[in-house]
Design a protein around this ligand. Structure first.
Ligand code: HGY
Ligand code: MN
Ligand code: MN
Length: 434
């Protein structure tokens, strides 16, 4: 067990709330760790990477498994029209107490060849907290619902934060007829997951209906590990601008077409991709800039390509800087297209604002960590999260635990078991504080 230390205050860990009020002080760590390992087997490839792309068959398998686990734990599940899985305590005598509603959770879907904790950890810790509260019949001051947001990553259907945008009522910011990267419509895949594309507005939680949203997540960065602290109190979440660049050239025979006069979209793409990197590395217009996905068609070694498509992902804590970076890049794209005598366009732009977390929730998280004798650090999130979308309708708080080696979105993404349990204990204590 890591030496829990308290960064400020008296250092002695005061008695946990359980001894004061009989409410549960800790989660069942063994049960949580067992579930994390069982869910990690869903969609795991031979090199250990997890492939549960949003609305894919393996994603559906994980959601079905979650609903089964919740039922076995004596909880109720519903799936909303956006495909989000919502878990809550049984209604008992039918009517719900009109307590303020608190949502806790994250997402089950992964990036391609991703890790077992990104998202799933927050969902399973949320389930663990609700099961602990329900089993101890704790009369919390708020009604807790657990959510597994649909398609947070946007790895198959490129509409990241799909489920949280539907729940936050931002349906108008979503494409009306979304398709996946190959053009397959979302309608059927969403229906298979229990959602309904024609009824998305029914899944929106109106502003004011939610008192708070808490998300527990692995840090996916190096800070907590480097500081040797098990708990992160997130103070802000990065802004992000994503889009797809499409370059149309002129296909031809690789052997008979002279170099002079070629209109090769892949050559233009190579200059454009350098321009993306330059935004962050040289011009420092945004914190990071990434091209992670590229598609060449017809993608044949002895044919000059006809079309090239690639993703752009820009991140920064300032929406203004992101807008400036986007404007600079669009100028650079126009000029390389001109030089290459090809046609260039940008598709599917999604801009997600940077957000600050709620200071009341930050204090509750910090006080819970302190009560549990766990050292904590305030830090920003370089990754995007559903929390920044839910921030449109309520106050948000995020809790981090360390990522071993500071890595994520890779098969070897991992966190020490003690830290996973500690994070869930802090989530439980924070919910009890609300
Ligand atoms: O890309 C992100 O920041 C998150 O993992 N969806
Ligand atoms: Mn992720
Ligand atoms: Mn995530």
């Amino acid at each position: 067990m890591r030496n829990p230390a308290v960064t400020s205050g008296d250092g002695a860990a005061p008695p946990s709330r359980a001894s004061r009020t009989g409410t549960p002080g800790r989660v069942d760590g063994a049960r949580l760790l067992d579930r994390i390992e069982r869910f990690a087997a869903i969609g795991r490839g031979k090199d250990g990477g997890i492939n549960r792309l949003g609305f894919s068959e393996t994603d559906r398998e994980a959601r079905t498994c979650l609903a089964r686990e919740a039922r076995h734990a004596g909880l109720e599940t519903v799936i909303d029209a956006g495909g989000n899985v919502l878990i809550r305590c049984p209604a008992g005598n039918g009517d719900r107490p009109s307590k303020p509603r608190v949502l806790i959770g994250s997402h089950l879907d992964t990036v391609a060849n991703g890790g077992k904790l990104d998202g799933a950890y927050g969902v399973l810790a949320g389930l663990e907290v609700l099961e602990t509260l329900n089993a101890s019949a704790t009369d919390t001051s708020c009604e807790v619902t657990v959510v597994a947001f649909a398609n947070e990553e946007g790895a198959l259907f490129p509409q990241p934060f799909w489920g949280s945008m539907v729940l936050a009522g931002r349906v108008d910011d979503l494409p009306s007829d979304p398709v996946d990267y190959s053009g397959k419509p979302l309608r059927d895949a969403l229906a298979l997951a229990g959602g309904d594309l024609s009824d998305l507005r029914s899944a929106a939680w109106p502003p004011g209906s939610l008192a708070a949203y808490l998300e527990l997540h692995v840090e996916q960065g190096p800070v907590l590990e480097r500081l040797g602290k098990p708990i992160g109190v997130v103070d802000s979440i990065t802004g992000r601008t994503q889009f797809t660049v499409v370059i149309h050239g002129e296909p031809g025979h690789a052997g008979t077409t002279p170099m002079e006069g070629r209109r090769d979209p892949l050559i233009t793409a190579s200059h454009a991709i350098i321009a993306v990197q330059r935004l962050a590395r040289e011009e420092e217009l945004c914190r990071v800039a990434t091209v992670g996905w590229l598609e060449v068609s017809p993608n044949s070694s002895n044919t000059i390509p006809e079309t090239v498509r690639f993703s752009v992902d820009l991140r920064d804590s300032s929406a203004k800087r992101l807008a400036a970076a986007e404007a600079t890049l669009s100028g650079a794209l126009a000029s390389v297209a001109n030089r290459g005598d090809v046609r260039i366009s940008v598709e599917g732009t999604i801009r997600t604002d940077p957000v600050q977390t709620d200071d009341r929730l930050r204090e509750a998280i910090a006080a819970s960590a302190k009560d549990l004798g766990l050292a904590y650090e305030r830090l920003p999130s370089g990754a995007g999260h559903d929390a920044q979308v839910v921030a449109n309708i309520t106050s948000i708080g995020m809790i981090f635990v360390p990522s071993i080696g500071g890595v994520s979105h890779v098969p070897w993404e991992n966190t020490a078991p003690d830290d996973l349990v500690a994070g869930a204990d802090v989530l439980l204590q924070t919910v009890l504080r609300l």
